[in-house]
Design a protein around this ligand. Structure first.
Ligand SMILES: [Zn+2]
Ligand SMILES: [Zn+2]
Ligand SMILES: [Zn+2]
Length: 377
């Protein structure tokens, strides 16, 4: 990247050879000079987002578009100088891939702390897969790029992974006293987690279509302790222990058998959520309720089905492109709103990460339990 980093853009288009890019910035190295009247070509399953002064200000669907002030109305208010024939605009375009991204992996990079009523403070690993689809590309760009300074697909995926792990940790803390009770609580845990993340991802303009917890693994010492304790017979509840052992045995079986899925579990014992549990989660319950029609979308305000190319909801009149959401109450906001019309929260005021009073670790904005030490925040 040179000092003289001027890129003049006349023809803007993007073809994703990898099929794995969620967002792509043009020009790649930052903002460029976009000529008045530049051509923007948006392919099927893409959206072209015009980004100016740290904000997504316009969205373009599939087709060929001529970029000018007239089709980006907010620009008139934001730009101090008129965008005209001989003065290009310093701006960027984000291409957003609107297809479904299947089988993205999530997992704990570092094990999360969990206060277990029977085993003490333990560290758990967990991983699984999820599917996502961007349904509000402007909102995605405004939250990820505009607010969190995340520009690449890798950064965004990394952040979403943090969100999943943090919520997983919260749900473990809230629904479970001991991992020995996990087999009995698994459904409650995965349903709660999925519902919560559906809301979380919605704030980023993303629809979470599936989420699986493939495995929750206590560290080897705990596995050994479970073994030792059972040998000594100190468990209060032998039935729980038998369930736990059964789950572990199933994991062993799945490692040697066809299952496993190459998730890098190694050979250590763990509490695997075998396919039979995952299937249940993917099954009829909840799925039908959450899954919108395959070929349509839903109004972000009233949740009624709306055709993909509608600008306004025929049921409630709400604008279909969401520019921003209230960080406090989640209300969809108009592009230039400074305060939320529902709760009065200042739009500029974004939530701050929560520092743990005990260990000082920064956790996500509204986490409930510290990932590092398991302390309630
Ligand atoms: Zn509506
Ligand atoms: Zn609000
Ligand atoms: Zn902490």
């Amino acid at each position: 990247m040179g000092v003289n980093n001027l890129v003049f853009l006349e023809n803007i288009e993007w073809f994703d050879e990898t099929g794995a890019e969620l967002v792509h910035r043009i020009p790649e190295e930052g903002s460029g000079e976009i000529k008045y009247g530049a051509q923007l070509t948006v392919r099927e399953s893409q959206a072209g987002i015009f980004f100016y002064k740290g904000k997504a200000v316009g969205a373009f669907g599939a087709g060929r578009h001529t970029l000018k002030t007239g089709n980006i109305p907010i620009l008139t208010k934001l730009a101090s100088l008129p965008w005209a024939m001989n003065s290009p605009l310093r701006a960027e375009v984000y291409m957003v891939n609107l297809k479904v991204f299947p089988n993205l992996k999530w997992g704990t990079r570092d094990p999360v702390a969990f206060k277990d009523s029977e085993l003490g403070l333990i560290r758990l690993r967990a991983f699984g897969v999820f599917n996502l689809q961007v349904v509000q590309p402007v909102l995605l760009i405004n939250t990820m790029v505009g607010t969190k300074n995340m520009f690449s697909t890798a950064e965004i995926e990394e952040y979403l992974n943090r969100v999943i792990v943090s919520r997983f940790n919260d749900y473990m803390g809230q629904t479970l006293d001991s991992i020995l009770n996990l087999p009995a609580k698994y459904d409650e845990l995965s349903e709660g987690l999925s519902d919560r993340l559906t809301k979380d991802f919605g704030h980023f303009g993303i629809r979470l279509t599936h989420l699986y917890i493939n495995a929750i693994t206590p560290p080897p010492e705990v596995q050994k302790a479970i073994d030792d304790r059972s040998r000594m017979g100190v468990f209060k509840d032998m039935e729980k222990l038998m369930q736990m052992k059964a789950a572990m045995a199933m994991e062993k079986a799945s490692e040697t058998g066809e299952g496993g899925g190459g998730m890098g579990m190694g050979t250590s014992l763990g509490l695997m959520m075998p396919a039979m549990f995952a299937q249940y989660f993917a099954g009829s319950r909840g799925e039908a309720r959450r899954q919108p029609d395959a070929d349509g979308s839903r109004c972000p305000e009233c949740q009624q089905p709306v055709s993909m190319d509608a600008k306004f909801c025929p049921h409630c009149g709400h604008q279909q492109v969401v520019f921003d959401q209230c960080a406090q109450c989640g209300k969809n906001l108009t592009p230039n709103a400074r305060f939320c019309s529902r709760c009065g929260h200042a739009v500029e005021e974004k939530p701050k990460p929560k520092s743990c009073v005990k260990c000082g670790t920064e956790n996500l904005e509204d986490s409930v339990f510290c990932n590092q030490c398991g302390e309630k925040l």
